[in-house]
Ligand binder design. Structure first.
Ligand code: SF4
Ligand code: SF4
Length: 112
């Protein structure tokens, strides 16, 4: 599952822990998010069905993400096929997430 921003949700440890309903993986993911990003999650908060889901279970920032809201409004598969790309919203998120940027840029090249 590729998110609007380019992140590969299906490789995300939160998504995998949710799909497997694996509490040990949730605990490890919470520790990873704390160490790498300074984010504080309880084990039971590690739940996400991915950016393209209906949004009942999204984690942290993804709950309020303007890129996701915009992608849904525009009904694009992801931002790589949007005729307004790359917009300020997307650039701003990509400054925070080089992984998403790299995956997005690979999609743009693939679509060219
Ligand atoms: S909600 Fe936003 S940041 Fe999260 S995966 Fe989707 S587009 Fe990317
Ligand atoms: S306008 Fe920006 S955030 Fe919205 S779909 Fe297009 S590239 Fe993505």
């Amino acid at each position: 599952m590729i998110a609007y921003c380019g992140l590969v949700c299906s490789s995300c440890p939160t998504f995998i822990a949710t799909k497997n309903d694996d509490d040990l993986a949730r605990k490890k993911t919470a520790a990873f998010l704390s160490e790498k990003y300074g984010l504080s999650f309880k084990t039971e908060e590690i739940n996400c069905d991915g950016c393209l889901s209906s949004g009942v279970r999204l984690i942290g920032y993804c709950n309020t993400c303007e890129v996701r809201k915009c992608g849904i409004t525009k009904s694009v598969e992801n931002c790589s096929v949007c005729n307004e790309r790359p917009c300020d919203k997307l650039n701003k998120f990509h400054e925070f997430s080089p992984d998403a940027k790299a995956s997005y840029e690979a999609l743009v090249r693939k679509n060219a």
